[in-house]
Design a protein around this ligand. Structure first.
Ligand code: C2E
Ligand code: MG
Ligand code: MG
Length: 267
């Protein structure tokens, strides 16, 4: 099955079937769009949309992730360019697009060169691009970590994804050059019903504050969750309560609408 899936994915790359969808990341205080996360979708010729849950493990275990990862970065940077040119006010200083980057990509000696080429050709400052990594990068060896450090030095933003799951350890927080910490959706889902989950969320909020990291809550689905997180001082979040991941054109319309709302509010 694995070989069959790999063959299908190789053909899908040829046919440009891997595309990013975008989910807004909100400023929870102002309820404005602070940025977005690019999430991989496999869109086959028949229009069927396949989510990463079905193929991401196989993809990340295959060298094909390097090609797919690069294409997603290219597409995301091109889309950022189009957003900049389509909005009357251009890109806001703090606006960012997050891309999920697998440990294997960071261990690729060509990663930075390819990333920088795409970015500089598009004329997008590195601060608008956020690289989301998981703790699995720590198992990729020293090259992956030094790549991450160079990315930070070049001005890219770095976020640790799914924090609190897998084998994430506090040591990684010290070893990685991070800006953001993303609390995994599982804690947000459980925190209303479980005191223990809520305690973990509070501890992560405190930890992020002490380490001077920006905290992003994943998977906000209800107004109650939003209010609680806001009361606890969480500044940013994403989830179905605000919007599901959507194709680029829909995301652009959303940004345009919210820009017009701002103009109306200011008037
Ligand atoms: P992730 O990076 O933690 O992305 C967040 C996932 O949570 C996304 O699932 C998103 O659609 C989902 N989500 C967001 N808000 C909600 C919510 O309110 N409720 C629920 N139930 N789910 C929500 P998705 O798009 O299926 O992606 C799954 C995972 O696949 C991602 O988790 C990430 O680890 C991986 N992935 C996605 N795109 C890429 C990529 O381009 N490269 C790599 N290497 N991995 C990717
Ligand atoms: Mg992510
Ligand atoms: Mg996550």
């Amino acid at each position: 099955d694995r070989i069959n899936l790999e063959n299908k994915m190789a053909i899908a790359i040829e046919n440009n079937e891997f595309v990013p969808h975008y989910q807004p990341i909100m400023d929870l205080t102002t309820q404005r769009i602070a940025g977005c996360e690019a999430l991989l979708r496999w869109q086959s010729a028949d229009g069927k949309l396949c989510h990463p849950g079905v193929f991401i493990d196989a993809l990340e275990q295959s060298p094909l992730i390097l090609e797919v990862g690069q294409r997603i970065i290219e597409k995301c940077v091109t889309d950022l360019c189009k957003i900049r040119d389509s909005l009357a006010g251009g890109l806001e200083e703090s606006f960012f697009a997050s891309v999920n980057v697998s440990g294997r990509q960071f261990a690729d000696p060509q990663f930075i060169g390819r990333l920088e080429t795409v970015r500089s050709q598009a004329g997008i400052p590195a601060k608008h691009i956020k690289l989301e990594v998981t703790e699995r990068i720590m198992t990729e060896g020293p090259l992956a970590i030094s790549t991450l450090q160079i990315c930070r030095a070049l001005g890219y933003k770095i976020a640790i994804d799914d924090f609190g799951t897998g084998f994430s350890s506090l040591q990684y927080l010290a070893a990685m050059p991070l800006h953001d910490l993303k609390i995994d959706r599982s804690f947000i889902t459980q925190m209303m019903a479980s005191d223990k989950a809520l305690s973990i969320v509070k501890t992560l909020i405190h930890l992020a504050k002490l380490l001077n990291l920006n905290l992003i809550a994943e998977g906000i689905e209800t107004r109650e969750q939003l209010l609680l997180l806001r009361n606890l001082g969480v500044k940013m979040g994403q989830g179905y309560l605000f919007a599901k991941p959507m194709p680029y054109s829909e995301f652009l319309s959303l940004l345009r609408d919210s820009e017009q709302d701002e103009v109306r509010r200011a008037a």
